[in-house]
Ligand binder design. Structure first.
Ligand code: COA
Length: 331
């Protein structure tokens, strides 16, 4: 049976920076509150005229370059996003067209902040079943387009970005070793963007009542986030007969520094083993994990044989983790 591995990574962060000082002018908040309650110092904002697919496409190009792969080798594309350019066509179709690729299966995957983890697991199964040899998994998010810049409880948290990975098949050792993914739709009210779909179609009222923006019950989510991410790590370790010490690096979703610290405490894993970049980008939904993965790859933090675990949670609620053996040489 063929196995799957990550052959290259890429990311795209828009140049425009929105700092905590900028936020102080927009809502009743302070740099001190944001840093102490969340760990975030600044976030990136996608410029007008650009959308989710543009960020995704640029991240894919970098991942292709890192994998020394040509777009013509790509046999499928999965785009994880909750901020698609439009309902349809899928963002994956738009990315495919921008990359100049034709006649392959491409689709969007909606699992909010856990989207990349779900998509990587889907790609692993595509490859292991022997139907495909090379694919692109990309998470592209323009969360600023779903953000209510009058709601201080959410607007300080979110940012834009994209991260991608080229996944290939091998007859050798598995890079993508397995995943744990789960969801519970009973928590759907805790984190959502209620309007614009078939349930609450766009109308004058939905716009006036700001129903197209992301809504969140922060305190409830905070506790569930720590529990669900800890559960995902434990279950995935257990199913592979591994110990916490076997893991070289944990790449967590970057929703709040205090959530990452809570997970570290809960799991009794040193905070230093977690890759943290939340101060620069805030919460970019599904893009957090692949952007952190790409940074770890490019900074030479990852070396051949390292065992990584990604872990995330998000709207749905969804949560999950991937176990990855790094097969590339250290940069
Ligand atoms: N600046 C200043 N004060 C703010 C603020 C801001 N940006 N946002 C909220 N506050 C206020 C609240 O209004 C509240 O005031 P009150 O006590 O007068 O009502 C106070 O700060 C404390 O609010 P609380 O919600 O208890 O703060 P918190 O310590 O829980 O932090 C979050 C709030 C949102 C940072 C935190 O709950 C969180 O990170 N939750 C999870 C978010 C998450 O994971 N989201 C994405 C999931 S993918």
């Amino acid at each position: 049976m063929p196995k799957a591995y990550i052959a290259g990574t890429g990311s795209c962060l828009p140049e425009t920076v929105l700092t905590n000082r900028d936020m102080e002018v927009m809502v009743d908040t302070t740099d001190e509150w944001i840093v102490t309650r969340t760990g975030i110092k600044e976030r990136r904002i996608c410029p007008r005229g650009m959308a989710s697919s543009d960020l995704g496409q640029l991240a894919c190009r970098k991942a292709l370059e890192d994998a020394s792969a040509d777009p013509s080798e790509i046999e499928f594309i999965i785009s994880a996003t909750v901020s698609p350019d439009m309902f349809f066509p899928s963002t994956a179709c738009l990315i495919q067209s921008k990359l100049g690729i034709r006649n392959i299966p491409v689709f969007d995957l909606s699992a909010a902040c856990s989207g990349f983890i779900y998509a990587l697991e889907t790609a692993r199964n595509f490859i292991e079943c022997g139907s495909y040899r090379t694919g692109l998994v990309v998470a592209n998010e323009c969360m600023s387009r779903l953000t209510d810049y009058k709601d201080r409880g959410t607007c300080v948290l979110l940012g834009d970005g994209a991260g991608a990975a080229v996944v290939r098949s091998t007859e050798g050792e598995a890079g993508l070793m397995g995943s744990y993914i789960s969801a519970d739709g009973n928590y759907r009210e805790i984190l959502n963007a209620p309007a614009g779909g078939s349930y609450m179609p766009a109308s004058f009222e939905t716009v006036e009542n700001r129903c197209h923006f992301m809504k969140m019950e922060g305190a409830a989510l905070f506790k569930i986030a720590i529990m669900s991410m800890s559960e995902a790590v434990n279950k995935l370790l257990e199913s592979h007969g591994l110990k916490k010490d076997d893991i070289t690096l944990l790449i967590p979703h970057q929703a709040n520094l205090r959530i990452i610290q809570g997970v570290a405490r809960n799991l009794r894993i040193k905070e230093g083993k977690f890759y943290i970049n939340i101060e620069k980008y805030g919460n970019m939904s599904a893009a957090c994990v692949p952007v952190a993965l790409d940074e770890s790859n490019r900074k030479g933090i990852l070396g051949k044989g390292d065992l990584l675990m990604t872990v995330s949670f998000g709207g749905g609620l969804t949560w999950g983790a991937n176990l990855i053996k790094w097969t590339k040489d250290r940069k």
